[in-house]
Design a protein around this ligand. Structure first.
Ligand code: ADP
Length: 507
């Protein structure tokens, strides 16, 4: 690995499409970004224009290449990281999507999920996939498309359609339809993939009434995914790495040892704990998922997802118009000693782990006549920290009952590695450290999702000889350590728990 090796990372996120060109030292050499419009057809429904996702991704890739002054022949490979679960179905003959992409946040299939719980099928699903039944995952979204788009089911049964999460959709277009593939991390989010046997599960496909001809081939995260079509860049570039964004961030944070943990604060927040070769069955409604698969060996993770993190700031900005930009939240939060009891539960799309309450709605509680913009904005930031504590406590409890993954059954977390857009907010990270009671480390490169995709492509193309080389390259930039008195923390957290209890529809 050297500064003369280059890798192009494509990071297709929920709110933007980015291309970042890294050198072999993990340094950003060029970047380009486009915002992605959100489509809200009805309350609870969230869609994206899949064609736009592809065209923006290509445009940012070409812009980053042009900006770097490098030629396609100098790029060792492309790595893809992507918003997960978001579902696209397209026609194989003309590459046209049959509908907008249904985004992970979309709740249209909550009744379907409820039926699966009522029938007890959720147990089989969790045993095979490690997932909790929820509209979040792809399977019920696929079923919805097949049942609601004219002619879709017949076309699927005739083998004319292809399903993919965003990684597969981008790969299909990058290779001009030559490759219909995904990687094990993205597959593990569909609710159709057996994470133990590492293959699509026939029984689950039957349960969801999804023809297996729709599904992509499943590869390792560092693999030969083909080459870019001739007309896209001046020379074909190998596509060599792929992972869902949270798993890519885990790789970018070099969390390769069991017990290591990272949390990404973007639109949502995702905490992932490396559990090594053991797929821990959570007793606390965490997800068990594939962290990465390299050389055919699967490493697992426990994951907790908070649906609304930075999205709460977007709502404060665009919905309530309390701020002009998310970074303003930092000065507002700092201007107060406390919110004076104002608590926001940002359950705009239900509550994720560990509550899994699809019908819960958001609330702002504890308002008094002197509550103002600063208290509400700060409450939005604090909510992210309380939810992080919810997740860490649940993971620690799971770790206690799972002794095999090398953390001696008594996981005492000492440090959390963070990244994502919200992790630029120093006040947030200090409050997070206070509420968790653990150190919070921010790395030198905060574009860890893109970096992880680049690392995966680098492993495949020989730019990085091993994961140890990646571990050696990871650099901490800032560390935040707990300063809050324990009784203050406990009091705040209790108020949070009481607020959550008020919005829950199931217990
Ligand atoms: P994604 O990859 O999910 O699109 P990003 O990692 O780019 O998200 O993070 C963007 C999110 O972070 C936005 O929701 C935005 O509101 C929030 N954000 C960005 N900067 C800050 C900040 N300084 N303080 C708080 N939130 C922020």
């Amino acid at each position: 690995m050297s500064a003369d090796d280059f890798i192009l990372a494509l990071d297709q996120g929920t709110t933007s499409s980015r291309a970042i060109l890294f050198d072999g030292d993990g340094i950003v050499r060029a970047r380009a970004q486009r915002e992605l419009p959100q489509i809200f057809p009805e309350p609870g429904l969230v869609e994206h224009d899949a064609q736009r996702i592809w065209h923006d991704t290509l445009a940012t890739a070409q812009a980053a290449m042009a900006d770097s002054g490098l030629e396609a022949g100098q790029i060792a490979g492309i790595g893809i990281a992507n918003q997960r679960e978001t579902t696209v179905i397209w026609r194989r003959d003309n590459s046209q999507p049959i509908h907008n992409a249904i985004v992970w946040q979309d709740r249209r299939t909550s009744a379907h999920c409820e039926r699966l719980r009522q029938s007890g099928d959720d147990r089989l699903i969790q045993a095979r996939t490690g997932l909790i039944v929820d509209p979040y995952f792809s399977a019920t979204k696929i079923a919805w498309l097949l049942d609601n788009i004219d002619g879709a089911r017949a076309a699927a049964e005739a083998g004319e359609l292809a399903f993919g999460t965003i990684d597969s959709w981008l790969l299909w277009n990058l290779t001009d339809g030559a490759r219909h593939a995904t990687d094990a991390t993205n597959a593990s989010r569909t609710m159709l993939f057996d994470i133990h046997r590492q293959c699509w599960d026939e029984e689950l496909c039957q349960l969801f009434n999804i023809p297996m001809t729709l599904l992509p081939a499943v590869c390792d995260c560092a693999a030969d995914f083909g080459h870019t079509a001739k007309h896209l860049f001046e020379a074909p570039i190998a596509i060599a790495g792929m992972a869902g964004d949270q798993q890519a961030a885990m790789v970018g944070q070099a969390c390769f040892t069991p017990g290591m943990i990272k949390s990404t604060y973007g639109t949502g927040c995702f905490v992932m704990l490396n559990t090594g070769t053991e797929a821990v069955v959570s007793q606390n409604r965490m997800l068990s998922t594939v962290a990465y698969r390299l050389d055919g060996h699967t490493t697992y993770a426990l994951e907790g997802s908070i649906f609304v993190a930075g999205a709460a700031l977007q709502w404060l900005r665009d919905g309530l118009k309390l701020i002009d930009a998310a970074p303003e939240s930092e000065a507002l939060a700092r201007s107060l000693d406390s919110t004076n009891g104002v608590i926001m539960v940002p359950a705009f799309t239900g509550l994720g782990a560990p509550y899994w309450d699809a019908d819960a709605k958001g609330a702002i509680l504890g308002l008094t006549r002197d509550s103002g913009i600063a208290q509400i904005v700060r409450a939005g930031l604090e909510a992210v920290c309380y939810q992080s504590r919810d997740l860490l406590l649940a993971m620690q409890a799971d770790a206690k009952s799972a002794t095999a993954f090398g953390v001696d059954g008594n996981l005492s977390l000492s440090v959390l590695r963070v990244d994502g857009g919200m992790a630029e907010n120093d006040w947030l990270l200090q409050f997070l450290s206070d509420i968790l009671g653990v150190a919070v480390d921010r790395p030198a490169v905060t574009e860890t999702t893109a970096l992880g995709a680049a690392y995966l492509a680098g492993l495949q193309t020989g730019v990085f000889p091993s994961v140890d080389a990646i571990t050696a390259q990871w650099r901490k930039k800032d560390s935040f350590v707990p300063k809050m008195a324990m009784e203050v923390r406990d009091r705040l957290y209790t108020t949070w728990q009481e607020a959550v209890a008020r919005v829950r529809t199931v217990t």
